[in-house]
Design a protein around this ligand. Structure first.
Ligand code: B1M
Length: 221
């Protein structure tokens, strides 16, 4: 198959949630020299975007979204070590979780992969993470940054709930807080008191590095 055929088939097979085919195509693409970024950004992510659009139109239902998500996750397992393969020094510790009430994790996992690739030590506290879990994670791992993902408009208010709980625990000054997820905006991040926001994984990495540099500069000033 040519790279274009692989991309097209990956897009189509992800859409119908054919996990074995997505895995095979991912491996085949890599074996002929396609890059993990190409597979991710030119096939897998656009396919899931179309899955979401079909769900909105009522053409797809939760089971279809679920199997498409699983197919993408299988491919991510193969791409993860390749995307994270850099050998750069650790630039900071990032504690990351999807907020309480929300089970979406593909976007969070992708941000984690890119952070690892950029040299962050990432601690993933999983999905449906309650405020207590974020607090326990901060106390145990002393991260530079706490990242929260929310993918539903109904779970976005958990950012504020988490930040309030972190403040109440006396930990707010010790961490930088970043938020993100499909429905989140810079304006919403500002309103809920986060220090940073990013719309996608690559921007999240840049923002995280900038925020750490600013924090270290202000401590050393
Ligand atoms: Co759900 N779902 N889902 N879903 N789902 C969405 C999010 C939705 C937009 C679909 C739609 O209507 N178009 C919609 C939310 C609408 C809204 O509230 N605005 C929706 C809904 C409604 C639901 C349910 C309520 C459906 C129902 O039950 N009736 C339900 C909720 C369950 C719950 O959480 N309580 C539900 C369930 C599910 C599945 C379980 C079936 C499955 C999740 C599988 C999984 O994650 N393991 C699923 C899926 C697959 C989707 C879509 C199709 C794909 C999500 C995805 O993985 N995208 C999604 C539609 C869509 O997004 N187009 C949809 C690819 C991923 C790479 O992008 O997640 O945006 P994204 O992550 C990006 C950025 O957001 C950013 O970087 C990532 C990588 O670039 N980012 C950060 C993420 N976190 C960040 C943190 C940062 C910075 C950036 O700093 C800390």
């Amino acid at each position: 198959m040519t790279p274009d055929e692989i991309l097209k088939n990956l897009y189509d097979e992800t859409m119908i949630g054919n996990a074995p085919a997505v895995l095979d195509l991912t491996n085949e693409g890599l074996s002929i020299g396609m890059t993990p970024e190409q597979i991710l950004f030119e096939a897998l992510i656009p396919s899931l975007e179309e899955v979401g659009a079909r769900f909105e139109r009522g053409d797809y239902f939760v089971p279809e979204m679920l199997i498409a998500g699983r197919a993408m996750s299988g491919a991510l397992d193969v791409l993860r070590p390749l995307l994270a393969q850099t050998g750069v020094e650790t630039v900071g510790t990032f504690l990351m979780g999807t907020v309480k009430g929300d089970v979406h994790d593909i976007g969070k996992n992708l941000v984690n992969i890119m952070l690892e690739g950029a040299g962050f030590h990432v601690i993933d506290i999983g999905v449906q993470a309650a405020p207590e879990k974020f607090i326990a994670g901060i106390e145990e791992h002393k991260p530079d940054i706490v990242g929260m993902s929310a993918f539903l408009t109904t779970t976005m208010p958990m950012f504020k709930a988490n930040i309030n709980a972190i403040e109440k625990a006396g930990l707010r000054d010790q961490v930088i807080i970043m938020v993100g997820g499909a429905p989140v905006t810079q304006e919403y991040a500002d309103v809920c008191g986060a220090d940073g926001y990013a719309a996608d994984a690559a921007t999240a990495v840049r923002r995280a590095k900038d925020l750490i540099a600013q924090r270290r500069a202000s401590v050393n000033a």
